[in-house]
Write a protein that binds this ligand. Structure first.
Ligand code: FAD
Length: 401
């Protein structure tokens, strides 16, 4: 019988690995299990708040994986993994065996870290950190907000999905407020003392939103010594350790995160809640024959991004094909770029190239990456805004088409 690979999750990681295994060796049978018929990308979902895109523009399906690459797509979710018998059990009671299993279930939230907050309250205080209904909910709340209202975004400590995402979101919301609700204000309450591309974001905020002045549209508060200790859900008020209160009209709580449930149930996670892997193969350090890619896995210092999930998927595809063909593992290299928009016409970026050090740990290749110049050529922000849009299109095509 041909070798059989099962992939759990049809996000950027899972779709890419399924496609690339078939491209590398079409004698391998690849079964991708994903409950959603359509996947809505988190990348570019912040652009919705500035009115640049709609959810339908961010929606992809699995047609091409099936018709172009011969991936068998099963529309269900995995409820458990029997690691001894090497099979997955689906919600519809079907079971599927595997020679190798690849997990790419993305993230789950820690719902219990903030007193007063719980999972049900995500409908009232949307995280919008999984794109779709939650994104629309947050957009509707912003559009319905009274004149001069306050938007608060809470940002967790590292590691979490998409390090620059909260700040791009603040930028996109500010663009919309500046036009439609100019007396409104947006406050970012951060569990960190610094953040991704901070100087570039702050320079952009100063240019467009008065950042640093008394009536800046955006404020950023690092609350490391004065953390948020509670939420009064009735009044949408956050309280900090020293008694500061922030009453929001729109409250975007982005909870701390961990690997998706199925990874935790399969005992692939460590105390930090993420799955440790041997990076060259993506193999779990806890279970045989299971590889993990994407946000659920720990590939630090590579950040949790769709671009990185796509890159991890390609390295993993090569490794799985090599292992199934009794070949040695190829040398691994990973890429990441994260573009963010400060306005629809002003883009900034960070890029990194990674390989294994002599200790076989992932390390950034010196001088191979970096961030946008703070004072580059005059039309650089405009160029980078265009690159952001084309990188998005090519990443989606490379993963799903
Ligand atoms: P996901 O994309 O979350 O996919 C996981 C899939 O697994 C889901 O479809 C889910 O339904 C499925 N699944 C889960 N459990 C099961 C199960 N038990 N059985 C079957 N299926 C299951 N990254 C970038 O590179 N560039 C950006 O510009 C960017 N912008 C972002 C903006 C925002 C606002 C956010 C929130 C994120 C952004 N990201 C960006 C990050 C990016 O979205 C994630 O890093 C990426 O989606 C990770 O891919 P993944 O495959 O690991 O997980």
């Amino acid at each position: 019988a041909p070798a059989q690979v099962v992939v759990i999750g049809g996000g950027f990681g899972g779709a890419t690995v399924a496609k690339y295994i078939r491209l590398l060796d079409n004698s391998i049978k690849v079964i991708l299990i994903e409950p959603k018929a359509k996947y809505i990308t988190c990348p570019a979902s912040n652009w919705l708040f500035a009115g640049m895109v709609g959810l339908q523009d961010l929606s992809v399906d699995y047609q091409a994986l099936t018709s172009q690459y011969g991936v068998q797509v099963v529309s269900s979710s995995v409820t458990s993994v029997d690691t001894t018998r090497r099979r997955v059990l689906l919600a519809d009671q079907q079971s599927i065996t595997y020679d190798r299993l690849i997990m790419a279930p993305g993230i789950d939230f820690h719902w219990d870290r903030l007193p007063g907050y719980n999972q049900e309250l995500a409908d009232k205080f949307p995280h919008a950190w999984q794109a779709g209904r939650q994104t629309r909910l947050l957009q509707q709340q912003l559009q319905a907000m009274p004149a001069g209202g306050l938007v608060v975004i809470t940002v967790p400590a590292d590691p979490y999905r998409c390090p620059p995402g909260p700040y791009e979101r603040a930028s996109m919301i500010a663009c919309w407020l500046k036009q439609h609700n100019p007396r409104a204000k947006l406050i970012i309450l951060d569990a960190k003392t610094s953040f991704s591309k901070q100087k570039l974001f702050e320079a952009g905020w100063a240019k467009y939103f008065g950042y640093g002045s008394a009536n800046s549209l955006i404020e950023w508060h690092a609350l490391t010594d004065n953390p948020i200790i509670g939420l009064d859900a009735k009044t949408a008020t956050l309280e900090t350790y020293f008694g500061d209160k922030f009453q929001a009209q729109v409250l975007n709580i982005i909870p701390p995160q961990q690997a998706g449930l199925i990874a935790r149930q399969t005992e692939l996670t460590d105390a930090g809640g993420w799955c440790p892997v041997a990076p060259q193969s993506g193999l779990s350090t806890f279970q045989d024959n299971i590889h993990i890619i994407g946000d659920a896995a720990n590939y630090a210092p590579i950040p949790k991004s769709a671009f990185a999930a796509n890159s991890e998927a390609k390295v993993c595809a090569l490794a799985v094909v090599s292992l199934l063909n009794q070949q040695p593992l190829p040398e691994a290299q990973w890429l990441n770029t994260c573009y963010s928009l400060v306005t629809p016409e002003h883009g900034i970026s960070v890029a990194g190239v990674y390989q294994l050090s002599t200790e076989r740990k992932i390390a950034a290749v010196p001088s191979a990456g970096g961030v946008s110049a703070l004072n580059g050529i005059s039309n650089q922000p405009q160029l980078e805004a265009n690159y952001a849009k084309s990188v998005y299109r090519s990443l989606v095509a490379d993963s799903f088409a």
